[in-house]
Design a protein. Structure first.
Length: 128
């Protein structure tokens, strides 16, 4: 999609996917370089929405180690209700989860830079 702001382009992609009766929407931002097997890895989980993890760019140096994946709960098991640098996973935290064979983690939210969504999800919500 060219010539649209990001939100409009994403909405148009979803509409084209629904109109074409496709099973999934796979989005990768142009500043994300996924591994060659990213799509196969995401498909292997067979869930409604699954995201890869990638590093986030912040303007300050304190948060350079943060990803675009946000934790569901804090260390006291309290739900996060906003996206913040404090709620973003660090690269090391996600690598530890991976090493502990925890490939899927429920999250509060994440970026759309590398994401696979079943189109059935969009049939359950109204068009923005």
């Amino acid at each position: 999609m060219r010539g649209y702001d990001c939100a409009t382009a994403r909405n148009k992609i979803v509409q084209l996917t629904l109109d074409g009766n496709y099973d999934y929407v796979f989005m990768i931002d142009n500043d994300v370089t996924p591994p060659k097997d990213a799509l196969l890895n995401l498909l292997s989980h067979n869930v409604d929405v699954v995201s890869g993890f990638y590093m986030r760019r912040y303007l300050d140096d304190q948060a350079l180690n943060k990803t675009c994946i946000y934790k569901l709960k804090d260390e006291h098991n309290k739900l996060y209700f906003n996206y913040s640098k404090e709620s973003a996973y660090t690269k090391e935290e996600l690598i530890k989860l991976h090493n502990d064979n925890k490939y899927l983690v429920k999250i509060h939210g994440g970026g759309m830079g590398c994401i696979l969504i079943k189109t059935s999800v969009f049939n359950k919500i109204s068009y923005p």
